[in-house]
Design a binder for this molecule. Structure first.
Ligand code: HEC
Ligand code: HEC
Ligand code: HEC
Ligand code: HEC
Length: 508
């Protein structure tokens, strides 16, 4: 008779052997959605989460524990661009940005994505060119070409396994929302009917069925209720923050907020167990995922190249056009030096607010030539007479009709971001201030032609909408409860930014 201990040992050896004889099937799913063209978080929030460089670190750490062959990476779409339409001024830059995102996705090893309507911001052909030569696929079963030529594959199979397990055969079906707008060359078919057609077919060949959805959370729920046989719906579009999977009629729904701030990680076994679902994690990409100083990962290096590329593009574009756009060339802008003499009290107040250093913040981030950032961090960007080039130390373009005295005669510099930053720290601002154009008087009160002369009077009252055009929910998170403005917080912020009363020409 063996001792009970020995028999226990024997049993566990037996169980282990059994496991090796018919190994379990398992994999790890990593999913994102609504990246919106964000390669690196803008830094508008304190301790910002996100960025593809940190995403890369997460992938590598997961591969180190689960095995590289076990990781399935999916994205729910709206990857490349911030919005469904792109302002003419930003088109070229947006294209370069999207190309860098595509390069980064090859580095992270994305397996598949479904297109979102924003991915067509620059049109169908730009989208198709973006996929060219890359390793990831875009899937969409219900988005087809009107001219019956092939567009994207409807689904794909992936075989994923760790060292110790048998391959898990995963079918991924792409579906998009019917009521969203798609390029005119494409036609969208009913999502539920399309799923009803494909799911039973895929079931025969796969251990596991994932719908990669750009429908939004509400429609995902309808899909789960109406179509049987789906294991998992990886969602997007509604930018829902689902801390744990939502179970509905046998399917589990997951979605990971937006902009790569959170990434969902789920161990997959077939069939999906309560244990897998219970261990689902939405991981916040905070500074814990930063590369060690001096040891940039491949995406950190890509971000450096990206910033250089758009700075060069911006210089080239401005030179080509002479101006950034001709949208409304009648507007004239006046910078703060023009106000100081008559409104000293207000000017001195403003100089102590964060708006005063809004351009310096971009210089420090090496993003002072990124037009996407400048829109909120400077004055009059894109207008004939507006801010154009940080290296001309923010000179507002001279207005050909009304020659301005100080701003247009400002010196122009040619400094690297480092030199510029240093110069500003040393007080260059004081001598060159007449040309520098951070967020200032006219962002709130103007623009208003040639005040104090002429008909266009400045408005003293600053409309709330003006503040909120820059202080959006994603840039000024603490102002909002999700997307609704917290009035109390706003009142307090407005108070902090309200110029003191005082008559013109009154001494402080
Ligand atoms: C839609 C408007 C908007 C855009 C576009 C924008 N920002 Fe901002 N940014 C803001 C606002 C508003 C704040 C202040 C946020 C707060 O503190 O709540 C801010 C703050 C910042 C700060 C923090 C400054 C500090 O030290 O406190 C940095 C850095 C910054 N932005 C960089 C960028 C970069 C880089 C980009 C482009 C990639 C960018 N921003 C694009 C509106 C914008
Ligand atoms: C030569 C003096 C002078 C200069 C320069 C000047 N202002 Fe004024 N400003 C005035 C006077 C006088 C008033 C009050 C009369 C009025 O409402 O027009 C005034 C009023 C204002 C008001 C309040 C309007 C109201 O309804 O009470 C704002 C805001 C303002 N100025 C902003 C500016 C800004 C911004 C600049 C710089 C671009 C500037 N001013 C330059 C003289 C000046
Ligand atoms: C043209 C865009 C723009 C407009 C308009 C604007 N801001 Fe800002 N605001 C910014 C930027 C950019 C920053 C960050 C500056 C930095 O630190 O680089 C900022 C910073 C702030 C901050 C400090 C950060 C915070 O959230 O506590 C406050 C407060 C603020 N703004 C309030 C206001 C109010 C109130 C208005 C309207 C009266 C307003 N802003 C209008 C762009 C804008
Ligand atoms: C962030 C937005 C913002 C910026 C930037 C800003 N102001 Fe103001 N300013 C306000 C607000 C808000 C008020 C108060 C409006 C009210 O009373 O409803 C105000 C009031 C004023 C007034 C009227 C003062 C009075 O007697 O009541 C003047 C003049 C003025 N600002 C001039 C300036 C000048 C000059 C600059 C640039 C140096 C400037 N402001 C920059 C938001 C701003």
């Amino acid at each position: 008779m063996r001792s009970s201990r020995a028999s226990l040992l024997a049993t566990s050896v037996f169980v282990c052997n059994l496991l090796f004889a018919t190994p379990a099937r398992s994999a790890v799913l990593i999913h994102t959605n609504d990246i919106l063209g964000e390669l690196e978080p803008c830094g508008c929030r304190s301790n910002p989460k996100g960025g593809l460089a940190r995403h890369y670190t997460l992938i590598k750490r997961t591969e180190n524990t689960a095995g590289a062959g076990a990781v399935l990476q999916l994205d729910g779409g709206d990857l490349f661009f911030a919005s469904a339409t792109t302002a003419p001024m930003l088109v070229k830059q947006a294209k370069v940005q999207a190309e860098f995102i595509a390069k980064a996705l090859d580095l992270t090893g994305l397996d598949a994505a479904v297109p979102g309507e924003k991915d067509f911001s620059l049109g169908l052909s730009v989208f198709e060119n973006l996929l060219d030569g890359h390793k990831f696929k875009f899937l969409a079963a219900n988005l087809v070409r009107k001219n019956s030529k092939n567009f994207l594959e409807p689904y794909a199979f992936f075989s994923k396994k760790s060292e110790k397990t048998a391959p898990l055969r995963i079918a991924v079906l792409g579906l998009v929302g019917e009521e969203l707008s798609w390029p005119k060359e494409l036609q969208v078919l009913p999502a539920i009917k399309t799923a009803e057609k494909w799911v039973p077919e895929l079931r025969k060949k796969a251990d596991f069925i994932i719908v990669l959805s750009h429908l939004g959370f509400e429609k995902d729920q309808e899909l789960a209720k109406k179509v049987k046989g789906i294991d998992l719906i990886v969602g997007s579009h509604s930018q829902s923050f689902l801390q744990e999977p939502v179970k509905l009629s046998g399917a589990s729904l997951i979605q990971a907020s937006f902009k790569n701030q959170y990434v969902g990680v789920l161990s997959l076994t077939a069939p999906l167990s309560e244990n897998d679902l219970g261990n689902y994690k939405l991981i916040g990409l905070d500074s814990g995922f930063d590369s060690e100083p001096g040891k940039p990962n491949p995406i950190d290096s890509l971000v450096v190249d990206f910033k250089k590329a758009i700075a060069e593009l911006s210089t080239k574009q401005d030179a080509e056009l002479g101006i950034t756009t001709t949208a409304t060339p009648q507007i004239t802008f006046q910078t703060f030096p023009r106000c100081v003499d008559c409104h000293r009290k207000q000017a001195d107040f403003w100089r102590k607010t964060p708006h005063f250093k809004a351009l310096k913040s971009l210089v420090d981030k090496k993003q002072a030539r990124n037009k996407d950032c400048l829109l909120c961090h400077s004055l009059g960007l894109g207008e004939l007479n507006g801010f154009s080039d940080v290296n001309k130390i923010g000179a507002l373009k001279p207005d050909p009709e009304t020659p301005l005295t100080s701003p247009s005669s400002a010196p122009s510099l040619s400094l690297s971001p480092e030199q510029l930053s240093e110069a500003l720290d040393k007080g260059a601002f004081k001598t060159l201030e007449n040309a520098w154009a951070p967020v200032q008087c006219e962002n709130c009160h103007g623009p208003s032609g040639n005040h104090p002369f002429g008909a266009n009077a400045y408005s003293k009252k600053v409309e709330k909408a003006k503040c909120l055009s820059c202080h959006t929910p994603d840039r000024a998170t603490e102002w909002y409860d999700k997307t609704s403005l917290q009035e109390k917080v706003f009142t307090e912020k407005l108070k902090r930014m309200t110029c003191p009363p005082g008559d013109p020409t009154e001494e402080p």
